[in-house]
Design a protein around this ligand. Sequence first.
Ligand code: HEC
Length: 140
Amino acid sequence: MTNAQKWVAAFLVVFLALFGLSKLTEKDRTVVNEQAVWENNATPGEQNISTDVVSIMNNAKCTSCHGQDFKGSAKGPSLIGVNKYWSRDQLINYLRNPESYANGDRFKKYMEKYKSFMPSFEEIDVKVLGRIADYLLSLK
Ligand code: HEC
C-alpha cells in the first residue's frame, strides 16, 4: 500500500466508526424521548403532583375503564380503597404484569363481571408507575 492508500483506508475506517456511533446514539435518543413524554406530564411543580398523575392516567386510558373519578365503570372496577389490598411494591408489580395475579378470588370475580381485562403497563417508566401507585393508594 502507498501512503496515499493508507490515508484513504484510515479515513474510511474513521468514517464508518462515526457513522455506526451516530446510529447507536440516535436509538438512545428516541428511547429517552418517549420517557420524557411520561416524565413531562408528571413534573411541572410539586403541588400539582396528583393532577399530573391524573393526566398521565388519562393518557394511559386508566380512566376510560376505571371511570373519570376512578369509581369504576362497566369496563373496570372502582380503584377507591385499593390500599386495602396492595402495598406500593405489589401495586407497581401488578401494573407491570396484571396477568400474574389473575388467579386470586377477587380477580376471578372481576373476570366474570367485566368483559375487558387489565392491560400491562410495562412500557411506563417504573418511577412514573411509583407515582401512580402512590396516587392510587391515597384514594379513599
Ligand atoms: C381496558 C380496560 C382497562 C384499562 C385501560 C385499565 N384497567 Fe385497570 N383493570 C381493568 C380490569 C377489567 C380490572 C379487573 C382485574 C383484571 O382484569 O385483571 C382492573 C384492575 C385494576 C386494579 C386492581 C384493582 C383491585 O381491586 O385490586 C388496579 C390497581 C388497576 N386496574 C389500575 C389501573 C391503572 C393505574 C390503569 C392505567 C395505567 C388501568 N388500571 C388501566 C381494566 C382496565
